[in-house]
Design a protein around this ligand. Structure first.
Ligand code: NDP
Length: 446
């Protein structure tokens, strides 16, 4: 008999969900985690990032307060206070996740585990453990380019621990992390330069919505260097970074953040020796039931590089546990996944962009609402929101909803139901407006 029914490698979003649910079904479960229980999302991703987004938003809220009658004394910001409070909250959550696993009688092993066979793993301490099934949920890590002086740059792992706020920060990349941290640091008062290898940012989002973000960011004096690449980095005796560029003048900064994608964590896991097949970027290949090329070994989350989003990893972990330990076979539906970028202002989208719809469906109807939110008008803030609905012209079904503006992710979560349920544009039109809100624009576009 094996030591465990299930051995999970990695206690991030997917691994914790699979462990907890399998254990609740009565399985004997162990999970190995070499860093902290919670994984990227809780420890150095979504959660601390969102808290920094909240913290940074006060900069404009305090500015706007005057027009609403509030006399706010000169504001100052203390990075160390926010950083330490955020890290404190992360520790609390790490404790809560650990507690949940313990309550479900999951054995937590705080060390690295590597595969030694289809049903066995070895812990860093040398102990060999057997299990009927093994789940790889080791996540991904930031890609850092092999350039001279890369040791002077940071990734999203380090950004939450900075000793001091940089006066000038250069951010490489034009995706989620680059745009989110561009907004965060700008609000804190840093000068931000965003370096992108092309002139396309957030390429999977509707480009009309992305253009609005670029316009607003430019107006805020965030610098963009398009078609530019970073060649070399050095740090002088005063701590200043000198960044040698191709495509634009060389740059100087206090910090350089690389946000150029994330790479599956599969090195030195023993995959090759055991026969688990991997893709070109190291990702673990799986079928619709999260099964690898070795029948007793499964994988969920970022390590499979399907959709690198926390709710997807959680769904995959849940589906794995339901299917193999709960006798409830199910598969994840990857259609219409809502997503958001917590930039300033945030943007969000679900379903097909206008470009995707034109390429795949053909004739589409586009409805847009370009408006200045009431709060921005009174505050004298010249930032316009843009909402967009993409409709299949023939069936009238809403195939995509995209938006940028205050609270866009909160609004889109509810709007995503319309796309998932394949509602028609007339269903939105028939819904009465909730006034006065920004979200009412969704049912008022004609
Ligand atoms: P993204 O995939 O979002 O963006 C990567 C960016 O880096 C793109 O602009 C890409 O350009 C560019 N890039 C890629 N390779 C290179 C290279 N070799 N040299 C220069 N530029 C390059 O990655 P992030 O690192 O921002 O985030 C990683 C993942 O984490 C995201 O894909 C997302 O799944 C997840 N995430 C989700 C968040 C959310 O849900 N709000 C927040 C943060 C992260 P190009 O477009 O040309 O390929």
């Amino acid at each position: 008999m094996s030591d465990f029914d299930l051995f999970v490698i990695g206690a991030g979003s997917g691994g914790v969900r699979a462990s907890r649910v399998a254990a609740a079904y009565g399985a004997r479960v162990a999970v190995a985690e070499e860093y902290k229980v919670g994984g990227t999302c809780v420890i150095r991703g979504c959660v601390p990032k969102k808290l920094l987004v909240y913290g940074s938003h006060f900069a404009e809220d305090l500015d706007d307060a005057a027009m609403f009658g509030w006399d706010v004394p000169a504001k100052t910001f203390d990075w160390a206070v926010l950083r330490d409070n955020v890290l404190g909250e992360v520790s609390r959550l790490e404790g809560a996740y650990t507690e949940t696993l313990k309550t479900h009688k999951v054995t937590i092993l705080q060390e690295r585990a590597t595969l030694t066979g289809p049903n066995s793993v070895r812990l860093a301490s040398g102990k060999e453990i057997t299990a009927d099934k093994i789940l790889i949920a080791t996540g991904a890590r930031p890609v850092m380019p092999a350039i001279e002086g890369i040791e002077h740059a940071i990734s999203s792992n380090e950004v939450f621990h900075l000793e001091r706020l940089p006066k000038r920060i250069v951010i490489a990349g034009g995706g989620y992390i680059a745009n989110e941290f561009a907004g965060i640091f700008h609000q804190f008062g840093s000068h931000v330069t965003l370096v992108n290898r092309t002139d396309v940012m957030l390429r999977h989002y509707d480009q009309q919505i992305v253009d609005r973000l670029i316009q607003i960011s430019l107006r805020k004096n965030i610098d963009f260097k398009f078609h530019a690449t970073i060649d070399r980095v050095s740090r002088d005796v005063n701590g200043r970074l000198h960044i040698a560029m191709t495509g634009c003048d060389d740059l100087e900064a206090d910090e350089l953040l690389f946000a150029t994608g994330r790479h599956p964590n599969t090195e030195d896991l023993g995959l090759e020796a055991v026969g688990v097949e991997t893709g070109d970027n190291g990702k673990v290949g799986v079928d619709e039931d999260n099964r690898t090329s070795v029948p007793s070994i499964f994988a969920v989350g970022d390590v499979t590089d399907r959709v690198q989003l926390t709710p997807v990893a959680i769904r995959e972990g849940q589906a794995f546990a339901d299917t193999f330990f709960g006798n409830k076979p199910c598969r994840v539906d990857y259609g219409s996944i809502p997503s958001a970028v917590f930039s300033h202002p945030p943007l969000a989208g679900v379903g097909m962009t206008e470009g995707q719809a034109r390429n795949t469906i053909g004739p589409v109807k586009i409805f847009t609402s370009d408006f200045r939110p009431m709060k921005n008008v009174l505050a004298g803030r010249n930032e316009r929101s843009l909402y967009k609905i993409v409709v299949d012209a023939e069936s009238e079904v809403v195939v995509g909803i995209h938006m940028i503006g205050p609270d866009a992710p909160e609004i889109l979560q509810a709007a995503a139901i319309a796309v998932k349920a394949k509602l028609k544009k007339s269903d939105l039109d028939d819904t009465l407006a909730l006034h006065p809100t920004m979200a009412e624009e969704l049912v008022l576009m004609r």
